[in-house]
Design a protein around this ligand. Sequence first.
Ligand code: NAD
Length: 227
Amino acid sequence: MKIVVFSGAGISAESGISTFRDNGGLWDKFKIEDVATPDAFSKNPELVLEFYNERRKNISEVNPNAAHITITKLEQKFDVTIITQNIDDLHERAGSKNVLHLHGCITVAKSSKIDGHYKYIAYDDIKIGDLAEDYSQLRPHVVWFGEEVPELENAAAIIQQADIMITVGSSLNVYPAAGLIHASKTDCQHFVIDPNVEELKLPENFTLIKKNAGEGMSDLVQRLTLG
Ligand code: NAD
């Protein structure tokens, strides 16, 4: 039995990391075009680096929550792959093994010239003048708006194998990532855990668990392991 967990910003909300679109979310405070596009980095690299340095510091100060930890229990019984839209490392810190970061990971920096020359930086700041192996300015390894999502095909191939897909804490509004749920087999069983997603917006064969990530994941794991 192959299970794919598709996680979004909402799974990290209970750890204290702001989501993206909810009221009080990150983008109420910052404009996307000022901090999360290639153009923003060309125009004002200091601001962009500072924005991500702050995100990285914030992530270093929080811990995985019940939802991240419950997924590791699922991994003890099933073949589980996590595809996350999150740039935090909370799945790994909870102990999950197979994690694919669709939008990159904040603890890694990379060349600003080519898609490569990655460098693990943990929770250190990236400063102007910090260089990649190709002597270009280092930038965060995150996929900005307007950039391609290099892991998209890999993710689709993993989802095509899934017998069960659990989408947790994603508004399913950010494309192309959100479209991935449709890459699944026709008989794949879908669960969506999110307190705010509307049932009517989901395809008919999807089961909505309208709860926070921690509680919803715990309910579902009980159901899958007992049933
Ligand atoms: P989104 O912000 O568009 O949607 C978040 C979803 O989480 C919403 O549907 C909301 O109802 C739900 N949610 C809020 N609190 C919840 C809780 N306690 N339990 C369960 N669900 C909850 O997020 P998205 O769909 O992941 O797209 C956002 C993009 O922004 C992603 O691409 C991601 O890379 C990036 N992002 C990442 C982080 C992070 O790394 N933690 C944080 C913010 C944004």
